[in-house]
Design a protein around this ligand. Structure first.
Ligand SMILES: C[S@@+](CC[C@H](N)C(=O)[O-])C[C@H]1O[C@@H](n2cnc3c(N)ncnc32)[C@H](O)[C@@H]1O
Length: 325
């Protein structure tokens, strides 16, 4: 198995560079990232994953819970917003077969890549920050098991992804994007019992790069997410899923419904919403303080998040196949 890190400037225009134009006589070819995307298991042609019926049955529950394992990153100084490897594995197992290709457009610390490595899926992740791309590479290296699949982290803006990948090759987009500018402000720690826990007053945002979606207020953020995901839609197989993890947020005592904005935006851009799953985080939050009492009832944002499951709508011939299966 091989894994690699690419910074756009560093390993410039070699094997993994996006869209080089190659000329042979009068013929022009465009080359893309060399990574596997076809299934290597022997599951039947109508199966959407490798899960046996018992596992499928358990996955039908609309509320999911996970615990962290020792490989998970929980130190906010390493990365401010990670999700558990177990969550990532569940999504990948539900919507892909072994050997298929997973894309994480906002890969952060690389949890998606670690999970893909565990499950023998090919995966590619993008992040603006070199420090996170380097972190991805070291995590993949640490968790390498014998697998024929490859996981790659690339330092680039998610807006440039179509230059790297062939249309129709991605079986799953799975990501936790920035949550608009939720983190781009000094922490108040209002919901914590120990408010001065070392994080109080700190801004735990990834960067102040103007391309970073974590610097944007909701309207600009939704528009940018829409632009990015519209450009990713042709890269997906028809009926391939796109799962996005987001919470809502509170600002000046108003609920900012990021999940509603994203559903509306992605529907406008051609995605179809299939499921909303709640990630119940009550088992992994601790030291909750009381707030709002006795006059203002507010559920604690950290106790659950949304997993918005879209897909690329089937083409007419896929619908026909479905009715004749
Ligand atoms: C919520 S974090 C992802 C965390 C990841 N799920 C994990 O487990 O570590 C979002 C990431 O998106 C990156 N990001 C923000 N804007 C971006 C852009 N325009 N293109 C690529 N990455 C971007 C940030 O640097 C950050 O690491």
């Amino acid at each position: 198995m091989s894994s690699s890190t690419i910074t756009k400037r560093a390993s410039n225009r070699k094997k993994d560079a996006p869209s080089q134009i190659i000329r042979e006589g009068s013929v022009e070819y465009q080359t893309k990232l060399q990574i596997g995307h076809t299934k290597t298991c022997s599951c039947g042609p109508t199966h959407i994953n490798c899960l046996p019926a018992k596992e499928w049955l358990k996955s039908q529950l609309g509320v999911w819970r996970f615990t962290f394992e020792s490989r998970d990153i929980r130190d906010k100084q390493v990365h401010p917003a990670t999700f558990p490897i177990a969550l990532s594995k569940k999504v990948i197992e539900l919507f892909t077969h072994q050997g298929e290709l997973v894309l994480d457009p906002f890969v952060g610390s690389g949890t998606t890549l670690v999970a893909a490595n565990d499950l023998n899926r090919n995966a590619v992740g993008f992040d603006l920050q070199k420090k996170y791309v380097d972190l991805c590479a070291s995590r993949i290296k640490q968790s390498e098991i014998f697998t024929t699949a490859r996981q790659v982290a690339i330092q680039d803006d998610a807006r440039n992804i179509p230059a790297y990948l062939e249309p129709g090759t991605i079986k799953l987009i799975w990501t936790s994007p920035p949550y608009a500018n939720l983190l781009n402000r000094p922490r108040k720690n209002k919901s914590r019992r120990d408010r001065d826990n070392g994080q109080l007053g700190k801004v735990e945002q990834y960067s102040q790069d103007p391309r970073d979606l974590g610097t944007m207020a909701l309207d600009e953020y939704s528009q940018s997410m829409g632009d990015i995901f519209e450009s990713l839609l042709p890269l997906l197989h028809p009926k391939a899923h796109c799962v996005i993890n987001v919470p809502d947020m509170w600002w000046e005592n108003q609920r900012i419904t990021i999940h509603v904005s994203l559903i509306q935006e992605l529907r406008k851009r051609g995605f179809e919403l299939r499921n909303i799953i709640i990630w119940d985080r009550t088992n992994i939050v601790n030291q909750i303080g009381i707030f709002g009492w006795p006059s203002n009832y507010i559920t604690m944002g950290v106790t659950f998040e949304y997993l918005l499951d879209f897909w690329r709508p089937p083409r007419d011939q896929d619908n026909h196949q479905r009715t004749t299966d």
